[in-house]
Design a protein around this ligand. Structure first.
Ligand SMILES: [Zn+2]
Length: 152
């Protein structure tokens, strides 16, 4: 639960606050406009509308939705070459959006990994092998339940 809250604060902080930092860093003159452009690149999430279901917390958007693919990333990289701060703000916004979504996927995989480990630990608690051996020995010790001696 605390992990989910941390994950969401980090995710949306990256989507909405880091663009402002980037804008201050790269485009001091037009930082407000640059920040707005980068935040506006959130519209690339409109490609989720093509998916069914539109939102799935356990699905990684990177590599799944069309504007979140490697091909899209290549286009965003090419946009960086265009000598216009507005176009570059779009490119940085999109690339950082992919980074943010990717980081969220990584954190999701960590959580799923932990949950998987917890389920496995419940299924096979430490000493489970020993318990199984105890049960077998108990069964064999019941009179009349002994295995017949091997023939030969
Ligand atoms: Zn996204």
């Amino acid at each position: 639960m605390a992990f989910d809250i941390f994950r969401n604060i980090l995710h949306y902080g990256c989507h909405f606050l880091v663009p402002v930092l980037f804008a201050r860093l790269f485009w001091r003159q037009h930082w407000k406009a640059a920040a707005m452009i980068m935040i506006a690149t959130m519209v690339m999430d409109a490609d989720h509308l093509l998916a069914d279901p539109v939102f799935d917390p356990d699905r990684c958007s990177v590599g799944f939705h069309p504007l979140h693919t490697v091909w899209a990333a290549i286009v965003y990289l090419i946009l960086l070459l265009i000598p216009s701060w507005k176009v570059r703000a779009v490119a940085v916004g999109c690339l950082f959006h992919l980074f943010t979504d990717g980081m969220d996927c990584y954190m999701g995989s960590l959580k799923q990994g932990t949950e998987y480990a917890a389920v496995q630990a419940l299924k096979n608690p430490p000493g489970a092998g020993f318990c199984a051996a105890e049960i077998i020995r108990t069964d064999f010790s019941v009179p009349g339940q002994r295995l017949p001696l091997p023939v030969n």
